[in-house]
Design a protein around this ligand. Structure first.
Ligand SMILES: C[S@@+](CC[C@H](N)C(=O)[O-])C[C@H]1O[C@@H](n2cnc3c(N)ncnc32)[C@H](O)[C@@H]1O
Ligand code: SF4
Length: 493
C-alpha cells in the first residue's frame, strides 16, 4: 500500500497520476492525518510552504517511519517554463520533488518525467508559438518537466513535422469523424465502442439510418466552412455490409463540399472484414487512406487477443488493397500483447517490412478499465518495462529501415512501462487527421456513437468538447438530443 499526505496544496489528482507511474498495480490512498501511519508501507509526503517570502516545495518518502528520501525546491518562482504562471509552477514544483524523491528509492524509469497528460507535444507547440527555439524547448522539457533526452527529441521532431500541416490556424476549417461502432468480435484489450456483429448485427440498418440523419442535420450548419479531412473509424467500419458503408460515404459527398477535402481515411482494421467488393466500393468513393491492422503477425497471439484472423489474412488483405490501387495504407501494431517478447516483435516487423506500408502506428498496450483484459488480467503474463522498451526500440529500428519517420504521438492512461504510441509515415503520407485530433488546433465534428466533437476557437485558444453517447441503443434512441447538443456550438464555430 502507498499512502500520500499533502500539506499546503490540493493537487491530489496530479500527484496521484504521477505516483501511479511508479506504482502500476499498487493500491494508493490519501491520508488526511499523517500520524495515522505506522509501519503500513510507503508514505509520500508533499508540502508546499512559505519561508522568507519565498514559496518552497518538498517531498519526503517514509518507510517504517524513517525518512528514506527527501527533496526540496527553494523558491519555486525560479522554475523556468518560459511562462509567468505561479499556479502552474506550484504544480510543477510539487510533481518535480515527488518525482525526484521517488526516483532515488525505486528502479522504475519514467521516461516522460512529470508529464502525465496525453499530449506532450502540446508543450512544444506552445513554446514554439511564443518564439522559443529548439534548444530552449529541449532545456525546458529535460530540466523542468524531467523528460529523458530521447523523449524530448522525439516530441521536438514530431512537432517540427506537424507544424506545416496544422498552421496557419483557420477557424473556418474543420475535420470530420464518423464512428461505426461494430466489429466482428471484441478484442481482449479493447475499450472502444465495438459491438460484436454476432450480438448486435440486427441494429446495423437502424444505426446507418440514424447516422445518415445526423450527418444531414449537422451538415446544414457547416455550409460555409471548409472540410479539411474525414476519418471513418470505430469499431471497424468495414465490418458492416458494403451497401451500408457505401450509403454513408455517398451521403458525405452529397452534403459536404468535397472538391476541396484533403484526405478521406477508412479504418478497415480487421482483415477478416476486407474483401474485393468492399475495396472496390471504397476505391470508387475515392477513399485516400486505409488502415489494415495486424496488431501482431504472431498467430498464437492473434488467437489469445480474440482476433479471428491469421497473419496470412493480413498479407492477403494488404496485397488486395495494393492491387486495387490504394497507395496510402497504414498498419497498427501493439507492443506488450500477452505472452509476446522481442523475438515475436522481430518476426512481426520482418513480415511488415516485406509489405512496405506507408504508415505504421506503434501502440504500447494500455490496460483499459473497460476491457476484458482488465477483468481477467491475472490469467495473462504482460511484459515488464525493460522488455517493452526493448520491443519499442525494435519497432523504431525497423521503421527507420523502412524509411518511416515519426509524425504524431500520444500517451494513454494505464500504458505499460509508461511509454507512448507513435505514428510513423513516409514523407508525404502523413495522416493529417491524426495530427489534427492530437494537437486540438482545429474543430473536429464527430458523428455516430461514441464520437466526441471538439470545437476549437483559435482567437481565444479555447476548446469545447461535446460527446455523443457511446452506447449503440442510446445513440439510436437519443439521436435528436445528440444533434441538439452540437447545435449551440455549430452556430458559433
Ligand atoms: C480504434 S482501434 C480500431 C481499429 C480496428 N478496429 C482494429 O482493431 O484493427 C485503433 C487501434 O488502437 C489500438 N488499440 C486498441 N486498444 C488498445 C489498447 N488497449 N492498448 C493499446 N493499443 C490499443 C489498436 O492498435 C487498434 O488498431
Ligand atoms: S480493437 Fe478494433 S476490432 Fe478489436 S474490438 Fe476494438 S475496435 Fe473492434
Amino acid at each position: 500500500m502507498i499512502y500520500i499526505h499533502l500539506d499546503g496544496h490540493k493537487y491530489n489528482y496530479d500527484v496521484l497520476e504521477l505516483i501511479k507511474l511508479f506504482f502500476f498495480n499498487e493500491d494508493i490512498q490519501f491520508l488526511y492525518n499523517k500520524t495515522l501511519v505506522s509501519n503500513q508501507g510507503l508514505l509520500i509526503e508533499s508540502i508546499l510552504y512559505k519561508e522568507n517570502d519565498k514559496l518552497n516545495a518538498a517531498a519526503k518518502i517514509f518507510k517504517a517511519q524513517s525518512c528514506i528520501s527527501s527533496i526540496t525546491i527553494n523558491d519555486i518562482d525560479s522554475i523556468d517554463i518560459k511562462e509567468n504562471n505561479l499556479n502552474k509552477k506550484k504544480k510543477i514544483a510539487v510533481k518535480k520533488t515527488i518525482f525526484r524523491a521517488l526516483s532515488t528509492v525505486t528502479d522504475i524509469k519514467v521516461p516522460w518525467g512529470i508529464l502525465t497528460g496525453i499530449r506532450p507535444t502540446k508543450i512544444v507547440h506552445e513554446l514554439y508559438d511564443k518564439g522559443y527555439d529548439r534548444n530552449t524547448v529541449f532545456y525546458v522539457l529535460t530540466n523542468e518537466y524531467l523528460l529523458n533526452s530521447e523523449k524530448a527529441n522525439l516530441i521536438i521532431k514530431i512537432t517540427d513535422r506537424e507544424r506545416k500541416f496544422l498552421y496557419s490556424l483557420d477557424e473556418n476549417r474543420f475535420s470530420l469523424y464518423i464512428g461505426i461502432p461494430f466489429c466482428p468480435t471484441r478484442c481482449l484489450y479493447c475499450s472502444f465502442p465495438a459491438n460484436s456483429l454476432e450480438k448486435w448485427g440486427n441494429f446495423v440498418e437502424e444505426y446507418t439510418d440514424k447516422l445518415i440523419y445526423e450527418i444531414e442535420k449537422v451538415s446544414r450548419f457547416l455550409i460555409n466552412k471548409k472540410l479539411n479531412t474525414v476519418y471513418i473509424g470505430g469499431g471497424t467500419p468495414t465490418a458492416i455490409p458494403v451497401k451500408n458503408l457505401n450509403k454513408i460515404i455517398k451521403k458525405l459527398y452529397k452534403v459536404f463540399n468535397v472538391d476541396e477535402f484533403l484526405e478521406l481515411t477508412v479504418e478497415a482494421g480487421r482483415p477478416d472484414t476486407i474483401n474485393k467488393d468492399m475495396l472496390y466500393m471504397l476505391k470508387e468513393n475515392k477513399v485516400h487512406r486505409l488502415s489494415i491492422n495486424p496488431q501482431t503477425m504472431n498467430e498464437k497471439t492473434l488467437s489469445i487477443i480474440g482476433r479471428k484472423h491469421n497473419p496470412k489474412d493480413i498479407i492477403k488483405a494488404f496485397d488486395m488493397a495494393k492491387n486495387i490501387g490504394f497507395n496510402s495504407i497504414n498498419m497498427d501494431l501493439i507492443i506488450g500483447l500477452p505472452e509476446e517478447s522481442n523475438k515475436d516483435v522481430i518476426r512481426t516487423m520482418e513480415e511488415i517490412m516485406k509489405l512496405e506500408p506507408d504508415n505504421l502506428t506503434i501502440h504500447t498496450m494500455a490496460v483499459k478499465r473497460a476491457s476484458k483484459l482488465k477483468e481477467t488480467i491475472e490469467y495473462y503474463s504482460l511484459a515488464e518495462q525493460k522488455s517493452i522498451e526493448e520491443m519499442l526500440n525494435t519497432t523504431k529500428k525497423y521503421a527507420e529501415k523502412m524509411g518511416l519517420e515519426p509524425y504524431y504521438m500520444y500517451r494513454q492512461k494505464q500504458i505499460l512501462g509508461n511509454f507512448e504510441n507513435v505514428g510513423y509515415s513516409k514523407e508525404g503520407k502523413e495522416c493529417v487527421y491524426n495530427m489534427a485530433i492530437m494537437e486540438e488546433k482545429e474543430t473536429i465534428i464527430a458523428l455516430g456513437a461514441g464520437g466526441v466533437s471538439k470545437f476549437f476557437y483559435p482567437t481565444e485558444n479555447r476548446l469545447e468538447r461535446v460527446p455523443n453517447v457511446k452506447n449503440l441503443i442510446n445513440y439510436i434512441d437519443r439521436i435528436d438530443e445528440m444533434i441538439k447538443r452540437k447545435v449551440k456550438f455549430l452556430k458559433t464555430c
